[in-house]
Ligand binder design. Structure first.
Ligand SMILES: [Zn+2]
Length: 289
């Protein structure tokens, strides 16, 4: 059995010009897969590094470009996703466990596989190295890769935010902290199902959230409400303060926990403007989905 410690870089939506829209089916498009393979003795035996040609977000988001140092002309020459993921899977081998820093990369890997039509079940066994690190240090907040590298006094020789470089740092953390006798391998499909169940449960509550006037804190009756995916919007009017209230609740995922986060804000008292805002808001919701 091998451990595949991997890291991904993504490109995502950026509004370059009026009318540009994000694709709701794929928010983070993989543009780089970096990985190192460790044997059962946790020795690094090989590495993998590929730039992937994006087809949804072809032009590099300026923030991503600044962070990763990957520009559009480089991704244009990249490997198409399906070809890249096939060679990644062949390189990883059947009897391997995927490992990464946090949940985000495995979730995005799955999203990209689903989107492009690659059977993601091939990557079923998973270790969250960040979770192990947090358990050891009894840390409540998710530490960054950089902070863990510094705390463990791992030599910094290459820049962060390059997939292979980050995968190598993560592998070095893994080698320092992983105890194979206390099995930290999770069945990703099962974990995924549990997460989906939690989200479904929260969805039942999200519409029942009360809305309040942020000025006087009194309960406000809802006059318009919309639920879209993991978001809930409601509008109301506080007769005491004579204010239009806009309420947003969303299901968020932070530090491994799902919860509902709510927010009430004041609209301008001008009724025509408030109505225009609501209409605009509803239009935006449709786009965001
Ligand atoms: Zn009020």
């Amino acid at each position: 059995m091998n451990y595949i410690v991997f890291d991904l870089e993504f490109n995502m939506f950026f509004k370059f010009k009026e009318g540009d829209l994000a694709n709701p089916e794929l928010k983070n498009e993989i543009i780089q897969i970096g990985a190192v393979k460790l044997n059962e003795a946790l020795e690094i035996v090989s590495s993998f590094d590929l730039i992937i040609k994006p087809v949804i977000y072809r032009r590099m988001n300026p923030y991503v470009k600044r962070k990763t140092n990957i520009n559009t002309s480089r991704v244009v020459q990249g490997t198409p996703f399906i070809k890249a993921i096939e060679s990644f899977h062949a390189w990883a081998g059947d009897d391997s466990v995927l490992c990464s820093w946090g949940h985000d990369d495995i979730l995005a890997l799955r999203d990209n596989c689903l989107f492009f039509g690659f059977d993601a079940i091939l990557f079923d066994k998973f270790i969250n190295i960040q979770q192990i690190y947090m358990n050891i240090g009894t840390l409540a907040k998710q530490p960054s890769l950089e902070s863990a590298v510094e705390s463990l006094e791992i030599e910094i020789s290459t820049p962060f935010h390059d997939a292979l470089s980050d995968a190598t740092y993560t592998a070095n953390i893994f080698r320092k902290i992983y105890d194979p006798s206390c099995n930290g391998i999770v069945n990703w499909e099962r974990a995924q199902k549990e997460n989906e169940e939690k989200i479904e449960m929260l969805k039942k509550y999200i519409e029942k959230v009360d809305i309040h006037c942020p000025q006087c804190n009194e309960y406000v009756q809802k006059n318009t409400e919309v639920t879209k995916s993991k978001k809930y919007f409601a509008f109301g009017y506080c007769p005491d303060c004579m204010l239009q209230i806009r309420h947003v609740s969303r299901i968020t995922h932070r530090d491994g926990e799902y919860s509902i986060v709510s927010n009430n804000t004041i609209y301008k008292t001008d009724e025509a403007e408030a109505t225009a805002n609501i209409t605009q808001e509803l239009a935006n919701i449709k786009i965001e989905r």
